[in-house]
Design a protein. Structure first.
Length: 379
């Protein structure tokens, strides 16, 4: 997506004489040469590595009983070392694509070997601990080889850990295991910066959002929903206000920190709406008077305006999410208050006018951002 937009922009700049054709071609070649840029060959190599790894594990497990025990153990160790040493050799020769494929084979083999050895020697332990060790092995390999692909694999293993936990302990807090997802997310974010793997950061942020949502499900209530929204807004302000000590750090990470922080706040506002609608207030008169709905709608609208003001120009993801929340709150507020008074036809009329006003405000904001486009840097 970005590559296509960059190519179109370079063509426009070349036609206007801002950039010569040689420079534009050199810029595209430099981008295509980056390890994190999209490459069909790299993607197919990764897919092939995954399929080969699964084939090897299935073949070994199918003939497991026919192989002597010592041969099994030595064979598994040799296979893992062969893949990792082969990856080091390919990386030294500058063949990063083949190195990434071999790293994936090594990490997949490591996970399969743990399961087979545990079965062979009847070692005690559960799947969650095995997933943690597997994730740790992927993290170590990613750090040693500074491989963006390996960081992505570590992210998927972290998601697999979450899936295994939810499968067995969805509605309970099981020891310290629920603290592992945020810890894994922090490790992934650090690896993203160390190994230059920007795409993998979304796996970490989404896992944090999912973990917080699961946490709300364990302590469901109006106060928890308010805390959810407040936490999101506090983090958003911390990474968006220029004077904040976290602003420069977040800006170096791109648009993701501000977007996911505001996403958490938006989910919190939605949860507050749901709790109020479910009658969380003991005094039903408050719900009938619609005062809580007006208050939370005003807070959500204010949060959207703040998000647009702080990150609207440089962060398109935050801007469009804020537009969406703003429009939803306007329609929700109109349906809960005006709609019950003036009827269906009048509601659609008022809603149409409100959306038209919102559209006009958006157009004015977009024009202002366009006029000030030269001021500041893009996140």
């Amino acid at each position: 997506m970005y590559r296509g937009r960059l190519e179109r922009d370079l063509k426009i700049w070349t036609d206007k004489g801002l950039v010569d054709a040689t420079t534009a071609k050199a810029i595209l070649l430099e981008y295509d040469g980056r390890q994190t840029s999209f490459s069909a060959g790299r993607v197919l190599t990764i897919i092939a590595a995954v399929l080969l790894g699964l084939a090897i594990l299935l073949f070994v497990s199918a003939n497991w009983q026919a192989i002597p025990r010592i041969v099994r153990l030595l064979g598994l160790v040799a296979m893992i070392w062969a893949f990792y040493l082969g990856a080091a050799s390919m990386l030294a020769r500058g063949r990063s694509v083949l190195a990434s494929g071999l790293l994936i084979l090594g990490t997949l083999s490591f996970g399969g070997a743990m399961a087979l050895v545990g079965q062979m020697y009847n070692l005690s332990g559960d799947e969650l601990r095995m997933m943690i060790v597997w994730f740790a092995a992927a993290v170590i390999a990613a750090a040693l080889f500074r491989s963006a692909t390996q960081v992505g694999l570590a992210g998927f293993l972290a998601w697999a850990f979450c899936g295994v936990y939810l499968w067995g302990h969805f509605d309970q807090w099981y020891g310290i295991m629920p603290w592992m997802p945020p810890l894994m997310a922090v490790i992934l974010i650090a690896l993203v910066r160390y190994a230059d793997a920007p795409a993998a950061r979304h796996l970490a942020y989404l896992m944090l959002v999912g973990w917080l949502t699961w946490l709300f499900g364990q302590h469901e209530g109006l106060n928890t929903a308010i805390l959810f929204a407040a936490l999101g807004m506090v983090v958003f302000l911390a990474v968006s206000i220029p004077a904040s000590p976290l602003a420069s750090f977040a800006q170096a990470a791109g648009a993701a920190p501000a977007f996911y922080a505001f996403l958490i706040a938006s989910i919190g506002f939605f949860l507050i709406h749901a709790e109020i609608s479910n009658g969380s207030f003991e005094n039903n008169v408050w719900v009938e008077d619609k005062l809580p709905l007006v208050i939370i709608a005003a807070a959500a609208l204010g949060g959207s305006v703040i998000a647009i003001a702080l990150g609207g120009r440089d962060n398109g993801a935050v801007r469009y999410l804020a537009y969406f929340v703003f429009a939803c709150e306007i329609l929700y507020l109109a349906s809960e208050t005006i709609g019950s008074i003036i009827g269906t036809a009048g509601f659609f009329l008022v809603a149409g006018l409100l959306v038209a006003i919102a559209a006009w405000l958006v157009i004015q904001l977009e024009r202002r951002f366009s006029d000030n486009g030269g001021q500041g840097t893009r996140a």
